[in-house]
Design a protein around this ligand. Structure first.
Ligand code: ZN
Length: 209
């Protein structure tokens, strides 16, 4: 059973290169994307919504043109292992999830999804075999219509320089940027002097001109 244009082994290699290891979730996700894609109309441009931030977004990014960076993939983290591919002109889409009833026949997948075993207890080889063999058969498929707010183009409006940090930010966020409003996730402890020639960290005597 192929995953988009890849044989299963090829997809495993691509997942390993992109995701760091052949994570079961990204492999199952491959079949999920394949199934959703099969049910999309031939023409039209589609976007993606992913209902979890774990693993599944990487299957979407590997197998479709939709990425976080280009804005065609939106993650709505509601904790469900499901994805939707939809036509962005009208919101008509296909949602694919994992069907708990159907994985009963595949005990290793079942204990992976429901976290019944620790990683150590997991039989990875058996899990891989069951993922490969079950393919799309563990998936549930539905037709959906995506809410209009996902179909509108997101405009950021005017960009201004924050009077506090002196960086560019969307002016709609307020008089100062969201970082300076307290949302920054770190504390800056040292501001390196930018006005002098910098020394390269990897080569101590190398001066960057
Ligand atoms: Zn700022």
């Amino acid at each position: 059973m192929n995953i988009r244009s890849y044989a299963f082994e090829e997809y495993v290699e691509r997942v390993t290169a992109f995701h760091g290891f052949a994570a079961p979730g990204v492999l199952i996700g491959g079949f999920m994307v394949h199934l959703a894609h099969q049910h999309l109309p031939q023409d039209g441009v589609f976007d993606a919504i992913c209902e979890t931030a774990k693993c599944l977004p990487d299957a979407i990014q590997l197998l479709t043109p939709c990425t976080i960076g280009n804005g065609w993939l939106t993650i709505i983290n509601i904790g469900r292992y499901a994805l939707t591919l939809y036509d962005k002109s009208n919101g008509e889409g296909i949602r694919v999830s994992i069907d708990p009833d159907r994985i009963e026949a595949w005990p290793e997948i079942n204990s992976w999804l429901f976290k019944l075993k620790s990683k150590k207890e997991q039989d990875y080889q058996l899990l891989m075999e069951q993922i490969r063999e079950s393919g799309m058969s563990i998936c549930r498929i539905e037709r959906v219509r995506v809410a209009p707010r996902f179909l509108e183009k997101k405009h950021r409006g005017k960009i201004a320089v924050c009077p506090n940090c002196k960086e560019a930010y969307p002016f709609a966020d307020g008089a100062i940027c969201l970082g300076c409003q307290g949302e920054v996730p770190y504390v800056v402890s040292e501001v390196p002097d930018n006005s002098f020639k910098k020394r390269c960290v990897c080569l101590p005597n190398h001066v960057i001109k």
